[in-house]
Structures are given as structure tokens and as C-alpha cells.
Design a protein around this ligand. Sequence first.
Ligand code: PBG
Length: 337
Amino acid sequence: MQDKTHLVDEITGHRRMRRNRKADWTRRLVQENRLTVDDLIWPIFIVPGTGIVDPIAAMPGVNRMSVDKAVEAAKEAADLGIPAIATFPDIEMELRDETGSNSLVANNLINQTTAAIKKAVANIGIITDVALDPFTSHGHDGILRDGEIVNDETVDQVVKAAILQADAGADIIAPSEMMDGRIGAIRRGLDAAGHQSVGIMSYATKFSSGFYGPYREAINTKGLLKGDKNSYYINPANGTEAIRDAALDVEEGADMLMVKPGLAYIDICWRVKEAFGLPTFAYQVSGEYSQIKAAAMNGWIDGERIMMETLLAFKRAGCDGILTYFAPEVAKILAKR
Ligand code: PBG
């Protein structure tokens, strides 16, 4: 018999990567990245009414909640130590129109939610989106004129909506509609309205992705959307363009940057963090969530293990935190460790 140990030694010398992996204590000692509850932002869906907790078929375990229930959920999240929630409204179809005018109603569903949570829950940040898609009859993020999503007019409206959201108590405005020049315009608008302390988390690199499917079911824009969002979201093939887009947002005054979707764009997370050093977040979007849930429900994967592994991957890729529908589930698991 050949002496195999000797053979390995001749090739590798003294180098043995496995020494640091040999026991639980060494593995803990050398672990580079950790996921904590402080890394989590929980996106939630709001519907009109009271006492409503309505399951979303395409997102097992995720519900649309009326404002009162959202307040309870926010309390629970704060108790778990989750630093922030992000709110998305599913408003009545009758209120949706060509320009998304309900976004300019001061006490619309998203602003009602913010005010109610702010009043009842002390220790949680509220992040609101200003894209128009929950408010438009065509499901696009901006104003549609002659088949085009018009940039500057949309920015104008988004700035007004952002000020109303800040008036209601939003801590961070997160514009996801990808219009050019929006970050600078929102910053100037917020400052002029006395909201200097309200931050901006830019959806700096938002790709035109298939992973948003279940979200569109959640806020009922799926049947409405005419065409696609390719004329304003980034082409999934383009990494360098995404960095250029993020650079503009940094210049215009973004406080934090986001990469969306998450796992399929993990290279962008790394590049964004390396390039700008700003607090960087990944949005593990609805399709990512549903894939994991569906496979787990079929018994094909260990759902909990893969949930934790994907979230840790974002940390390794340089992210400071993750928007994830798994947030409460993860927070409970982390609390037990
Ligand atoms: C649109 C918006 C999207 C998501 C949040 N806001 C994408 C879209 O519908 O085009 C996706 C979130 C998710 O998939 O979890 N402004």
C-alpha cells in the first residue's frame, strides 16, 4: 500500500486548511462574518380596513395586514430587536389612476400606517418607498404618457410624495422607481420642508428582474402592468452600468444604497460596497423568498438552513443589512442561539 499521508505532505508541505475547521470552537473563533438581528429590515404589506391578516398565496407565511395589525407586527418586530420595517401598500383599485394621484394624499394608506406605528411603537425605524406603482392603474413606477414613463414629471411627484411621507413620520425615504435625478431632488425637497434628519436609502441598483413576481401579486399590480420596466430598471446583464448609476445617487446625496434583487446580484453588492463604502443593503426580494419557501415545503431543501445561508452570504458580500421577508423568523432563531 502506498503511504497516502506522505504523498499529501509532499504536495502541500505544512499547509493544512482543515486545522482551523477541526472543532466547533476553532470554527467559531475564526468565523469572519455573522448575521445578527441588527442586520434585518422587514418589508410588510398593508391593506385598508381593520383586523385583516390576509395570506399572500405566492408568499407562504407573508400576509397583507390592515393598519392596526401592522402596528401589532411592528411592535413584535421591535421587541425582537429588528431595527426597521419597510412598508408597501395594496390600495383599493378605485384609487389607482394614470398618474398615481393617491400618492399625493396626505393620509393615504402608507402615511396612515407610518403615523399609527410611530404613535404606538417607540423603537423601530420606518422606511417608505415613493415609487408610484402601488398607486397607478397601469402598475408602472412613474407617470405614463403616450407609452412612455416620463422622468422629470415623475420626479416632481415623487418629491411631493416623499415630503408627505416624512410629514407622517417616515425615517428613511427609499425611492425605488429609478427615475434619473430623483435622489438630489428628494434631498432638496426634504431639506426645504424641514426634514433634514430624514435619510435616503436609494434603490441605487434596481434590476429589471423576474424575481419581483410574488410582490406584484401581493400589491395587486400583476394584472395591471402593461409591458415591462426595461426602460427604467437596469438590464440584468450590466454590472458596470449599475455602479455608474449608484455613483450618481451617491453624488446626489444618498445616505444608504441598496442592491435589488439580492442573491442573483451578489457581485453588485460587493462592487457597490467596495466602490462607495456607504451603508449597503441587499433586498432579498419576493421571488427569492418564495423559491426557498416552496422548495422547503416540498421537502426538497432544508428551508431554515438555506434561509440563514443566503442571509449570511449578503454579509460576506459586504452588505450592512438585508431587507427580507424572513426577518421575524430569523430574529426568533437568532434569539435562541
Ligand atoms: C416597485 C417595487 C418592486 C418591488 C418593490 N417595489 C418591483 C416591481 O414590482 O417592479 C419588489 C419587491 C419584491 O419583489 O419583494 N417599485
